[in-house]
Design a protein around this ligand. Structure first.
Ligand SMILES: [Zn+2]
Length: 201
């Protein structure tokens, strides 16, 4: 019997957000590789898994991604990304900014913060990068509403266990070198699957 459905959301489309450290690598492609490695690990653990991008060329909008989890009664919606510094970051610091951060939905804050902490700790340790901690983000004028569309739509369609991991920065040489390695992404997938295996025990 299935232990429940997990929806994985490899962020962006195939050529979304180039790694600025090395030509030919894209956040959207590396997210896709990570999602498929994690899908295999989770299926081995007995979970059912759907991804929002069955084909690498797929690039559904944010509502379609979150909706997939809600309408199929997923126990978790997990969006997979890597990060880039905001526009306020001084150019000379741009490459140095690194580390993992996990944003979780405010709709079930205590339980979501617990899982987000475990995931972010595991990701930071596996990537040997800075642990930037867990965060929530809401609109300035709507503190009751998740800022990230995929989380908002996941919750809106009924899956309130929703989070988004920024797996380091694809603008930082060390973080992006890790993300460019398929072997490293497989190790990362195993680390995340271990967390989910014990959390949903
Ligand atoms: Zn992203």
């Amino acid at each position: 019997m299935s232990r429940g459905l997990i929806v994985l959301d490899p962020g962006h489309g195939q050529f979304g957000n180039p790694h600025t450290t090395r030509e030919g690598y894209y956040e959207g492609t590396q997210n896709f590789i990570l999602a498929n490695a994690l899908k295999a690990e989770l299926e081995r653990c007995g979970f059912e898994v759907m991804t929002t991008r069955p084909q690498i060329e797929d690039n559904p909008d944010l509502e379609e991604r979150g909706k997939l989890a809600g309408v199929n009664h997923a126990i978790l919606f997990l969006s997979l990304h890597s990060n880039a510094p905001g526009s306020a970051t001084p150019p000379e610091q741009y490459k140095a900014v690194r580390g993992a951060v996990t944003y979780y939905s405010i709709s079930d804050p205590v339980r979501n913060a617990d899982l987000a902490t475990r995931l972010n700790d595991a990701v930071s340790a596996c990537m040997e990068t800075t642990n930037r901690g867990i965060k929530t983000r809401t609109y300035p004028d709507r503190p009751d509403l998740d800022y990230y569309g995929v989380l908002r739509h996941s919750v809106g369609y009924g899956c309130s266990c929703a989070m988004l991991i920024e797996h380091g920065f694809h603008t930082n040489p060390e973080d992006s070198a890790f993300l460019q390695s398929t072997d490293c992404l497989k190790r990362l997938a195993r680390a995340e699957a271990d967390v989910l295996d014990s959390f949903f025990d």
